[in-house]
Design a protein around this ligand. Sequence first.
Ligand code: FMN
Length: 200
Amino acid sequence: MRSPDRDILAPPSAVGTRRQRGAGLAYSPRVSTADPLAAGNGLDARTLRSALGGFATGVTLVTCRGADGAPVGLTVNSFNALSLDPPLVLWSLRLASPSLPAFDACLHFAINVLAEDQVEMSRRFASPVPGKFDDGAWLEGVGRLPLLVGCAVNLECERISHQDAGDHRLYIGRVLRVQSQAVPPLVFHRGHYHLLGEVL
Ligand SMILES: Cc1cc2nc3c(=O)[nH]c(=O)nc-3n(C[C@H](O)[C@H](O)[C@H](O)COP(=O)(O)O)c2cc1C
């Protein structure tokens, strides 16, 4: 049986054809309409979302201050490390998000990497509800950044660039300050929260 994941993730080279030696190019990739990177290939959002959900991630709350000084934040798992020297991180925000103007205007943002006992904070910040910051203990970082207490990691970042990619805006930040706590992180996989397991 063909696995849908395998079809999606197969690199373009997997559909190439090998020519005989001496007949010009030894290898000639053939662009297939099944190539997931080709435009207009009919790859549906549900299939893609399901395949990408197979990549387990941590869970973060990305926060900043809006132009009016009010705290702004949302649950994000697109966060990733980008560079060690200089220290850069990235994350992306859907273009339709009401939080977009705040993250476009802010000088700093914080990445709060949730601990396993903070799943309710993840749920709260993944909903468009008012008063997101009413619960939990918060400290202020550089530029009054909202830093959630009890996280596995808090990163305070200077926002250095952003660019649109498809239906999301990619933000890159330079890490200014780091605080780590010896608590296990929350894990997200295939639309569900998990505890971290260990390979013995
Ligand atoms: C585990 C998890 C990860 C998420 N990651 C992202 C993300 O990386 N980018 C994004 O724009 N939304 C992400 N979301 C959805 C937002 O948290 C959600 O749409 C939230 O309501 C956005 O805040 P807003 O109402 O200010 O747009 C994620 C949701 C969950 C549950």
